[in-house]
Design a protein around this ligand. Structure first.
Ligand code: NAD
Length: 449
């Protein structure tokens, strides 16, 4: 049998593509060597958010006095938190399996390898091998994701004290102290989890600031809170070597029970060796605006494209790629500049669109409006002692909203409203006509205009 589409990788990119193409009546085969759901569901977004929620419950209970509540004897059971996390993950993975079953998509549980490509005349045909069997397809989609990057730091390899995010998520016991190498998204989310559960945390970041790609005024709010709370954050500090739990950085030695290394992820190109002609860019598969590679009928979506390593980007890329494959009219494209992102620290950071720095680099004349979150009544009611910040960046010439950056709970839940504005190029007068429900923290987006 010849399939319409063979997909390697069953993460958010792979399963979204499989579902969409199957729904359109096409024969699809999807290969996954681990559990369906990929990094996001199994060792990324969902398990971290499950654990972070448990930690937040404990932290809030022990810090409830400011709301007039005293809770005594509050304790947590990390093993129970882990068990709950596993149940959440299992249910979601089962849900994806069910959805693909419902669409009659063939799912092969095994490591897939693209077979040598032989010229087939006019028609494209790719062959993929898994579990000793060969599967042929007209279109091929690479959704192989990414893996944790291990930097070439002496003493890091085979060091039993070193964890990556997957090890940290699997651990059944909490360390007493942890050094986190890399103050990016993963580093700060784990710093939040560990700090809220009473672990001594040190973050070491090579750049002059943590979360270097985000709006730095927003990041400063987090930095000040975390430093005050006792999280040690070292910036402009480069790790030189490791020896067990001892980390040498900028000539100083720091020590902890565990060292969590979170210095980025790299595209996973395993199984693609036979696609010798495929074009790569900075170690990732190069794709166009429809996620097409340079090879005929070969697409790539998700982390493997090295574009923006976010699950929601992966699934959107998959929708666009399958739309292109099916020749849907009108053809859709991805608007990368309107992709929202969230960092699940406490408080959360959420943003969409251009930062002030980016507009400066582009010489785009902008007006920046900002307000502390305390302008929202609901925020005041529920966030004792917090200030928060919301910034809206407006293109001076067109009066359109080009960026929104927030810190303050629960901004992750309303950043999508800002994404609508940035995605559709809403002008200030248009935004002003939108009614926000009262009292919600989302009203800050209206207040600021
Ligand atoms: P990252 O790129 O966000 O951060 C890595 C950090 O490590 C950078 O700030 C970098 O300067 C620093 N660094 C690099 N080498 C260093 C060294 N030798 N010493 C000290 N610091 C060093 O990468 P990440 O945090 O590993 O996350 C990987 C990917 O996963 C990212 O693309 C991220 O967006 C994604 N992710 C997203 C979420 C979310 O959306 N909430 C959560 C987790 C991960």
């Amino acid at each position: 049998m010849k399939y319409f589409l063979a997909i390697i990788g069953g993460g958010p990119a792979g399963y979204t593509a499989a579902e969409k193409a199957s729904k359109a009546g096409k024969d699809v085969v999807l290969f996954e060597q681990n559990a369906l759901g990929g990094t996001c569901l199994n060792v990324g977004c969902i398990p971290t958010k499950s654990l972070l929620y448990g930690a937040k419950q404990y932290y809030n209970a022990t810090h409830a006095q400011k709301y007039g509540v005293t809770a005594e004897g509050v304790a947590f059971d990390f093993g129970a938190m882990q068990k709950r996390k596993t149940i959440v993950v299992r249910k979601l993975v089962a849900g994806i399996k069910q959805r693909l079953n419902n669409e009659h998509c063939t799912v092969v549980n095994g490591a897939a390898k693209v077979c040598p490509v032989s010229p087939q005349g006019e028609e494209c045909c790719y062959s993929v091998e898994a579990n000793g069997e060969c599967y042929e397809a007209e279109n091929l989609m690479i959704c192989t994701g990414s893996t944790n990057f291990v930097p070439p730091i002496p003493g890091i390899k085979d060091n039993p004290n070193v964890w990556d995010s997957t090890d940290a998520l699997a651990a059944t016991e909490l360390p007493k102290s942890v050094i986190i190498v890399g103050g990016g998204v993963i580093g700060l989310e784990f710093a939040t989890l560990y700090h809220e559960l009473g672990v001594e945390v040190t973050v070491i970041e090579a750049m002059p600031t943590i979360l270097p790609n985000l709006d730095q005024e927003v990041v400063t709010v987090l930095l000040e809170k975390y430093k005050k709370a006792g999280i040690k954050i070292l910036t402009s500090t480069k790790v030189e070597s490791l020896d067990g739990g001892k980390v040498t950085a900028n000539g100083e030695v720091y020590e902890a029970e565990r060292v969590l290394v979170s210095v980025g992820r790299r595209a996973n190109l395993q199984g693609l060796e036979e696609l010798k002609e495929i074009e790569l860019e900075r170690g990732a598969v190069k794709v166009d605006e429809f996620c097409k590679t340079n090879l005929p009928n070969v697409y790539a979506c998700g982390d493997v494209t090295g574009k923006v390593m976010l699950a929601h980007v992966a699934s959107r890329q998959a929708e666009v790629a399958v739309g292109r494959m099916l020749k849907e009219i009108p053809l859709q494209r991805i608007v990368y500049h309107a992709i929202p992102s969230v960092v699940y620290t406490n408080p959360e950071i959420a943003s969409v669109g251009l930062t002030e720095k980016q507009t400066e680099e582009m010489s785009l004349p902008v007006e920046v409006r900002k307000l502390p979150m305390t302008f929202s009544g609901r925020f005041m009611a529920e966030n004792e002692g917090e200030t928060g910040l919301c910034k809206v960046i407006i293109d001076r010439r067109s009066q359109t909203v080009v960026g929104v950056h927030c810190i303050g709970n629960p901004c992750s839940e309303f950043i999508a409203a800002a994404s609508f504005a940035v995605r559709n190029g809403y002008t200030l007068p248009e935004m002003k006509q939108v009614v926000f429900p009262h009292p919600t923290v989302s009203e800050i987006l209206h207040e600021i205009l």
